[in-house]
Design a protein around this ligand. Structure first.
Ligand SMILES: [Zn+2]
Length: 602
């Protein structure tokens, strides 16, 4: 049997090639020279670190066959993600066709214009050989329609020119599956931050001003490297895929995969940073911060990952929430945006949380634990029952930072650096109670009430009073329409009333506020509005009605529940003040200015 000492194990050999790009099929092979004499098992992960949902990658394996020295070997499934090959002397090769047509950053994609794959979606792991080195041959497609393809990955290269096809080597399976590979005719740009070479590979149609992008990303990366006192990698890659409509990112140890709208990328001649581009920079900043916080500073529960089942931690609020706090904070600290623009972003995050009644039902610690079945599996009841450990986690991070800063002994920066020194740099997992303990140690006092109320409890962190001590005023107002995400003062024309619903496409009710006016009258999520007071229920008519009528008025609503027409008399409520914006106090005391500058300027 193989031992756990990788030095004694022969490498596992992989190859991956486009088999039929038009049918979105890769051909992926894995070869074991000395298979288990009693029969060799092969398994595929069921989920991917950084995204807590059972993805069941095996469902896209459309055919699997095995052979030994040219002769077929029997292979059969023994579990949803496990294949068992009959005993043979070796070398044993298992070849699979893998369907790849997911544009997201999580699995795999292939068409005649572009390829992308994440290891867990395509590479079978031979059982007992998890520690063996892995050699991977990445082969170009036979015919491509769009110029010569190149390869962008941080998998350590063994052969082939830079960005060319060739062979790569990982120390073990864990490393193999943490370096996604992008292929195609992407645009490349490079910069250096903290003495480390960084590359951006942009695929998809776009007219990105790459020099501008490199300049701005450089500032963010340099700031983060300085924050942690050095880069924990010797190269870094941003894989960016530009699409018409889409958004998402996934962190890896030396790279990040990002999907963004092409109009969010900067275009030549754009003078300032628009909201879309700022959104993109925030995403890149977020995934980059993860290179420390979650890729190296990890929950003890993730060491090692068990990719065959759910792994539970109550700390995602710290790993995702604190990362969400710092992704935007990095933009102001590195000088890309000013304090007022940063406060706009923070105001949007506060608005997002204020509009989530589930925050009064679920704590961010519980949301972390149940991410597998709740946050990552949203439905029509999610807003009523679930809190985001990203957004509320970011506000908890902000409140903890301001609490520590106000007392003057420490900051959240110190806490992150201590986590890096004590856990990340030493490869020691973060125990479930480590963050509260560390915060108490740095503050020099008991902070258990803070964590009981805002992390394990469902209270809102007291941001209004905390921000006031930093010369920042928090205001709330009613939303002025579906596109009003907050962060700015309104235009003075908010609706007076609310139904307590959110309308989706085709007048379908996406969500009903529990205990709100519509719910009290009997309307349900997934009902389809037909008429309001006898007039067709269009979004425009609904918005106009909510401005014209007064709280307490009764409106008659007709709606289909499935195929049955129903009528409801709804007593309108007052429009909730669930939209936040922040302003800098005009003339704060000198000590307040000093505190505010230390927070926002670092
Ligand atoms: Zn994240």
């Amino acid at each position: 049997m193989p031992t756990s000492d990788s030095a004694l194990l022969a490498p596992t050999r992989y190859s991956i090639a486009p088999f039929d790009p038009r049918a979105h099929l890769y051909e992926v092979a894995v070869t074991v020279d000395d298979p288990d004499p009693s029969g060799q098992g092969f398994v595929l992960p069921t989920w991917i670190p950084g995204s807590y949902l059972m993805r069941e990658f095996a469902r896209h394996f459309v055919s699997v066959r095995a052979q030994c020295a040219g002769a077929p070997v029997a292979i059969r499934k023994t579990a949803k993600n496990r294949w068992l090959a009959a005993p043979c002397a070796g070398p044993l090769t298992v070849t699979a066709h893998v369907y790849a047509y997911d544009v997201s950053v999580r699995t795999a994609y292939l068409d005649p214009n572009r390829g992308y794959f994440n290891g867990p979606a395509v590479f079978l792991c031979p059982e007992g050989r998890e520690a063996a080195p892995c050699l991977v041959e990445v082969t170009p497609p036979a015919d491509v329609t769009d110029g010569p393809w190149r390869v962008a990955t941080t998998l350590p290269r063994q052969s082939g020119a830079p960005y060319g096809f060739g062979s790569f080597r990982a120390e073990n399976y864990d490393e193999l599956i943490d370096h996604p590979v992008a292929t195609g005719t992407f645009a490349l740009t490079a910069f250096e931050a903290g003495g480390v070479p960084h590359t951006v590979a942009i695929s998809g149609r776009h007219d990105c001003d790459r020099e501008r992008l490199a300049r701005d990303l450089q500032r963010i990366c340099a700031w983060q490297i300085g924050f942690f006192g050095g880069a924990p990698f010797d190269r870094y890659l941003f894989q960016v895929h530009a699409v018409g409509d889409g958004y998402g990112g996934l962190e890896h140890r030396t790279s990040a995969s990002l999907v963004c709208r092409r109009d969010e990328l900067p275009h030549a001649g754009a003078a300032d940073i628009g909201d879309g581009y700022l959104n993109f920079l925030g995403l890149a900043s977020h995934e980059y911060f993860h290179a420390w916080n979650v890729k190296r500073i990890k929950p003890a529960a993730f060491m090692p990952y068990d990719l065959s089942r759910e792994n539970y931690t109550r700390q995602l609020w710290a790993f995702e929430g604190l990362t969400s706090y710092y992704d935007d904070l990095a933009l102001v600290r590195c000088g890309l945006i000013g304090a007022e623009r940063y406060l706009e972003l923070l105001g949007k995050t506060i608005s997002n949380v204020l509009r989530s009644p589930g925050r009064h039902v679920q704590s961010v610690a519980d949301s972390s634990f149940d991410a597998w079945i709740k946050y990552y599996r949203p439905d029509e009841n999610t807003l009523n029952a679930v809190v985001s450990y990203y957004t509320k986690g970011a506000l908890v991070g902000c409140a903890l930072d301001l609490t520590l800063r106000r007392e003057g002994r420490a900051t959240l920066d110190d806490l992150l650096r201590a986590l890096w020194e004590r856990h990340g740099q030493r490869g020691i997992g973060v125990p479930e109670d480590a963050v509260p303990r560390l915060a108490c140690e740095l503050a020099g006092r008991d902070l258990s009430d803070f964590f009981a109320h805002y992390v394990d409890g469902t209270e809102d962190p007291p941001l209004s009073s905390l921000l006031a001590d930093f010369g920042v005023s928090l205001h709330t107002r009613a939303a002025e329409g579906d596109r009003d995400r907050g962060g700015k003062a309104g235009h003075g024309k908010p609706p007076r009333c609310s139904l307590g619903i959110r309308l989706g496409p085709e007048q379908r009710v996406a969500w009903v506020l529990r205990d709100g006016p519509a719910a009290a009258a009997g309307l349900s999520a997934l009902d389809t509005l037909v008429a309001i007071d006898g007039i067709q229920a269009t979004p425009e008519h609904l918005a106009a009605m909510l401005k014209r009528r007064a709280p307490g008025d009764i409106v008659e609503i007709h709606a289909f529940r499935r195929d049955e027409l129903m009528a409801f008399d709804v007593t309108l409520g007052a429009a909730p003040a669930d939209t936040c914006y922040l302003t800098l106090d005009p003339s704060p005391a000198p000590d307040v200015i000093a505190r505010r500058d230390a927070w926002l300027l670092g």
